[in-house]
Design a protein around this ligand. Structure first.
Ligand code: SF4
Length: 62
């Protein structure tokens, strides 16, 4: 699974980092960044949950 954050859509709510802090963090600009682009098998569900929870649909997974 690959993941990325569309920072133009991110509002910095922090939900993704709260759900999966191994993959998402809020940076100095107050927006989410991904710590890794490719997600291990055991983190897929958390990343999918984070994407589903994002209020602006800023998290893309494939
Ligand atoms: S859940 Fe969405 S809007 Fe909130 S910080 Fe994460 S990417 Fe940004």
């Amino acid at each position: 699974m690959k993941v990325k954050v569309n920072r133009d859509s991110c509002i910095g709510c922090g939900a993704c980092a709260a759900i999966c802090d191994e993959v998402f963090e809020i940076d100095d600009e107050g927006l989410s960044i991904t710590k890794k682009e490719v997600v291990e098998e055991d983190k897929k569900q958390e990343v999918q949950d984070a994407a589903d929870s994002c209020p602006t649909g800023a998290i893309e997974v494939e």
